[in-house]
Design a protein around this ligand. Structure first.
Ligand code: HEM
Ligand code: SF4
Ligand code: SF4
Length: 523
């Protein structure tokens, strides 16, 4: 189920990449979009609260007054409703997307697990809002909700009975509803913060253009199709022919059909099932990164590049002249290897047999990567003869490198491939090594599509290191025309092949490579 879903998302994302140009692709901004929608809901909510009458007799009329002021309060009311609806859609698609990409594996279970209560609080927030309008839909929702709660028997007497008589609904009770509708969304915000607290620099704000486009779309929708109410609630009649909000109220018809007990069973059952996804779909947890103190100079680069905040810089414990050292929290580490790529000591140029770096993964270790690169370069050079030999470093979550290599071979392109857990694990010195010291005519670095990095920042850090915007950076001596980066989803094999083919042609047009004269010197 996961793989077809992932293919589905990758196709949709590739489709949206066209008009939205990668960074603006809303499918890659779902979490930040949900945050943004929350702020629209909160802002419009504060505005309409100013005009809202918190009494049983006045609530409906005050909402009607707002609806009739189509140019301001009416827009705010509609914005409040449509942004809330959009938040449900965005949060659910975000859930499915994160599931399809398996972004809950290992230490990432935390974001998944804390995402589940978000759904409940989102649901409570929306439902409590519907009560406040105090129209026939509110009456239906209020009675249904109370019958649902009554089944638990925690209130002593049947609360739903309150709604059967106009006398028992008081202004005080209505004030309580308003309080709930303010308190629950505030708690929702707290859980949203909790949800992302373990991530380094979570993207909670979408790009500006996306914010503007979403806001405009919601305003236009509010003008064209303003939110309206049903007739005023009348407790002497039964609500029929209701115009439903399926985003928030979908549970109510189901409740009518199966009754409160089974409805609780469905709600709790689905919640438990979704919460346990990280356990039920358990995949092997890769061993965490480890620090070799004798090689660590306390530069902190690993800590600032780790996307999961799994490295802390602590006072030195080994008596070396540096003040601090890197310490890995194995429980938070997902073994992406990005810290290895960040460490200045991670270089294949060193001759020591063991190749110990400041921070490394048990598997694949930096040494095993260097050995594989040397081996792959030799074999590829031998096969390519006088033709171009290209070294491809690709991430484990992007294009299938074996398939790409086979397709390339069919097109007479000679590629040696080396897979790393994330493109960010590749120290830039490996590119230098392959081009300046090695026998390769060119190097390709590949990874997940733009803004779609499985490990969040691998792609950004790689680009920044190559462009000398981030340390450790790719030395100036490395001829950039012999380097290509390809960011593409696994569904984009054809596109990647085209790019490799163009790169191969470009290499053929370049003057022959000069033999390496390097023995040090940074720039
Ligand atoms: C209002 C609802 C939600 C909001 C505002 C929200 C927000 C976010 C944000 C901002 C991120 C970080 C994105 C990044 O920087 O890469 C994120 C990641 C994530 N979210 Fe949500 N989320 C919501 C609901 C959910 C739900 C319902 C689930 C699943 C049950 C979920 C599961 C995840 C997972 C697994 C990640 C990835 C964490 C990682 O990369 O390690 N989220 N979410
Ligand atoms: S491998 Fe390194 S960068 Fe990746 S999560 Fe672990 S400590 Fe952080
Ligand atoms: S990047 Fe390497 S040298 Fe710098 S703190 Fe981390 S482990 Fe130590």
């Amino acid at each position: 189920m996961q793989q077809p879903l992932r293919n589905f998302f990758q196709h949709i994302e590739t489709f949206f990449d066209g008009p939205f140009d990668g960074a603006l692709n809303p499918m890659r901004q779902l979490g930040s979009l949900a945050f943004f929608l929350y702020w629209i809901v909160a802002g419009s909510g504060i505005y309409i609260y100013i005009f809202f009458d918190t009494s049983v007799s006045g609530a409906y009329e005050s909402v009607e007054w707002m609806t009739n002021q189509w140019y301001l309060a009416g827009i705010m009311r509609s914005l409040h409703r449509y942004a809330s609806d959009a938040m449900v859609v965005v949060a659910m698609v975000h859930l499915l997307r994160e599931f399809s990409y398996g972004r809950y594996v290992g230490a990432r279970w935390f974001a998944w697990f804390t995402g589940v209560p978000i759904i409940w609080f989102l649901f409570f927030s929306g439902v409590s809002g519907y009560w406040l309008v105090w129209d026939m839909l509110a009456q239906y929702v209020a009675i249904g909700s109370m019958e649902w709660l009554d089944w638990l028997g925690i209130f002593g007497k049947q609360v739903a009975n309150n709604f059967l008589s106009p006398i028992t609904i008081t202004d005080r009770f209505f004030t309580l509803l308003v309080f709930i509708h303010i308190f629950v969304p505030l708690f929702l915000l707290f859980i949203m913060w909790f949800h992302v607290m373990r991530l380094k620099s979570p993207r909670i704000n979408p790009p500006k253009m996306l914010m503007i486009s979403v806001s405009l779309a919601l305003v236009v929708l509010s003008l064209v199709y303003p939110a309206t109410s049903h007739d005023k609630a009348d407790l002497s009649t039964v609500a029929i022919n209701l115009d439903f909000d399926w985003f928030y109220l979908i549970a109510y018809p189901l409740f009518d059909a199966i009754g409160p007990g089974p409805m609780w069973a469905v709600g709790i059952g689905v919640t438990i099932l979704v919460s346990l996804v990280p356990l039920l779909t358990r995949t092997k947890r890769e061993p965490a990164a480890f620090v070799s103190l004798e090689k660590c100079n306390g530069c902190s680069r690993c800590a600032s590049d780790c996307p999961y905040d799994a490295i802390e810089m602590k006072p030195r414990t080994d008596g070396l002249k540096f003040d601090i050292e890197a310490v890995v929290d194995a429980n938070a580490c997902v073994a992406c290897g990005i810290c290895v790529g960040a460490c200045p000591v991670s270089t294949p140029f060193r001759h020591d047999e063991q190749l110990v770096t400041g921070i490394d993964l048990p598997d694949p270790s930096l040494k095993s990567l260097r050995d594989s690169v040397v081996d792959t370069m030799n074999k590829t050079r031998a096969k390519a003869g006088q033709q171009n030999a290209i070294m491809v470093f690709g991430c484990a979550n992007g294009i299938n490198l074996e398939k790409l290599s086979a397709e390339a071979k069919a097109n007479n392109i000679h590629m040696g491939i080396l897979q790393v857990p994330c493109s960010g694990m590749l120290p830039p010195s490996f590119i230098d090594f392959a081009i300046s010291r090695g026998s390769m005519d060119g190097v390709v670095v590949m990874g997940c599509s733009e803004n779609g990095c499985y490990h969040r920042f691998g792609q950004f850090w790689t680009e920044d290191r190559i462009n000398q915007l981030r340390d450790p950076n790719l030395r100036t001596r490395v001829p950039r025309e012999r380097l290509a980066t390809i960011w593409a989803d696994p569904t984009n094999l054809a596109k990647a092949l085209n790019q490799v083919s163009d790169f191969n042609k470009k290499l053929s047009s370049l003057p022959a490579k000069q033999p390496s004269t390097t023995s040090g010197g940074d720039k």
